[in-house]
Design a protein around this ligand. Structure first.
Ligand code: URP
Ligand code: ZN
Ligand code: ZN
Length: 478
């Protein structure tokens, strides 16, 4: 494979930013050099196959989105991005690795669920990918299967305290799974919402004729998230299992995580761009000629968007800055309005849950730098470096250093990105939850294991460029 010199840029890591050139040899980074030093003595510029001019731009490790759901079966349909379309969209947005969720459904073997996900992804992905394992049926066989998961390169699994009758686990099941996790070093990822209580509220709201998408968020009140987060933390404490709470949206859940961390417990939290920028009022105010008030279905996800009046967003940004929250992933789970979200017209509980955003995470978080919410270094840390450390990829991914995979993004801080306007995105969706967002910064060049796959406005990759990456245990184990 060819050699490439990325020259003239500012290399940003989780710990600092400095002018440096990056020499890529085949699939890996060979050296990080003083600016221009590659050109001294040996005329390296003549001996490399390609020079990328990163003058005035940031050179950052490719983003790692540790929470995606390509092709996830949900609510009688399936997420509309395939591994092919979803990973290509991710690449356009500067993400070079995703960690998707393989699913074990009720009555299925964990091993078969994982094998099915390998079948879906193999040979189709634009970028590298790994898997977490959703355990939707905790029983003797799945607990035994959990013990073998790390050997498959799958070092984390997800349980749901929500969605009774679908993915839900009760406390007894959670306790047993966490006991295995404490033993094996698997990271427990938790969807923390009190599903049975939510379902009562859902039934009551529907009986009152409150069927619009907005009421999805009303039923899934912050108390449901705080309570479940606390319960998960307590069960993790009892068992000694490390815990990672996904898609945190309520400031009260953040407070639970922060308090547990202050007590010395090994717990972590992720939030998503939608909770940092969008609010429940999006759904309340939404209406269009085509969809009427059902327009609000575009923003139905769980945990739900929170009300602006409750002031969650500032607290989430602050928690990202202070490390009470450690990472931002997208929870990319796209559904089209037509034929998919519209399954819940007249009954919000039947709207497939999820927002598509795998393409926009790096840009939306860079806007946090521009707005003075987080530093440049923290941007890289919460979108790539910590993701790699948390999920056993660090060294190979999440950092620009000799020997690492050459997953590199050249990012133009002077560029602009128009999100979703006129459906100008690459995700397989007929709308965007981000329609109309105009933000600072732009992904210029994306290199995945040494191959330039996005080059200015051109896509140069192919399905199958990406490979499955076996992950080690989290670096955050005690
Ligand atoms: O609304 C969401 N989050 N859909 C995807 C499934 C999940 O709970 O992560
Ligand atoms: Zn979830
Ligand atoms: Zn999810």
């Amino acid at each position: 494979m060819p050699t490439t010199l990325i020259t003239g840029g500012t290399v940003v890591s989780a710990t600092g930013a400095s002018a440096a050139d990056v020499l890529v040899d085949g699939e890996t980074i060979r050296a990080v050099l003083e600016p221009g030093s590659a050109l001294l003595g040996v005329d390296l510029a003549r001996s490399v196959d390609r020079v990328i001019d990163a003058g005035g731009k940031y050179v950052i490790p490719g983003g790692i989105d540790a929470h995606t759901h390509m092709e996830l079966p949900f609510g009688g349909t399936a997420a509309s991005d395939t591994f092919e379309t979803g990973t290509r969209a991710a690449a356009w947005g500067g993400t070079t690795t995703i960690i998707d969720f393989a699913v074990q459904t009720h009555g299925q073997r964990v091993e078969d669920g994982l094998a099915a996900w390998h079948d879906k992804a193999a040979g189709t992905c634009a970028i590298d990918y790994g898997f977490h394992q959703i355990v939707g049926d905790v029983n003797e066989a799945s607990l035994a299967a959990l013990r073998g998961l790390a050997d498959e390169g799958v070092s984390s699994y997800k349980l749901f305290m929500a969605y009774p009758g679908v993915f839900y686990s009760d406390d007894a099941q959670i306790l047993q799974a966490m006991q295995v996790a404490a033993d094996t070093g698997l990271m427990t990822m938790m969807h923390a919402e009190n599903g049975p209580a939510i379902d009562v509220l859902v039934r009551q709201l529907l009986a009152e004729g409150k069927t619009d998408p907005y009421f999805h968020g009303v039923a899934r009140a912050w108390q449901m998230e705080e309570e479940a987060t606390h319960r998960a933390i307590m069960l993790a404490h009892l068992t000694g299992a490390p815990l990672y709470v996904v898609h945190v949206s309520a400031k009260q859940a953040v407070a639970q995580l922060a308090a547990a961390r202050d007590r010395g417990q090994n717990v972590f939290g992720e939030t998503c761009p939608q909770y940092l920028y969008l609010s429940l009022e999006e759904q309340l105010g939404a209406s269009s000629e085509e969809w009427g008030s059902f327009e609000g279905a575009k923003w139905v996800c769980s945990t739900p968007l929170r009300s602006k009046q409750e002031h969650h967003q500032d607290e989430l940004w602050q928690a990202l800055r202070t490390n009470d929250l450690q990472m931002v992933s997208t929870d990319h789970c796209p559904f089209c309005m037509k034929d998919q979200k519209e399954l819940g017209r007249g009954d919000f509980s039947k709207i497939p849950n999820g927002i598509g955003g795998v393409e926009h995470r790096m840009d939306l978080l860079y806007q946090g730098v521009v707005d003075g919410r987080i530093s440049l270094e923290r941007w890289v840390e919460i979108t790539a470096t910590t993701s790699a450390r948390m999920f056993g990829l660090y060294g190979r991914k999440g950092v620009i250093q000799p020997g690492a995979d050459a997953d590199i993004v050249v990012y133009d801080p002077a560029g602009r990105t128009s999100i979703g306007v006129g459906k100008a995105h690459h995700m397989n969706m007929d709308h965007s939850a981000w329609e109309g967002f105009e933000i600072d910064g732009h992904v210029d060049t994306v290199m995945s294991r040494g191959r330039v796959i996005v080059d200015g406005g051109e896509y140069r990759g192919r399905p199958g460029d990406g490979s499955f990456v076996k992950r080690g245990l989290s670096q955050y184990l005690l």
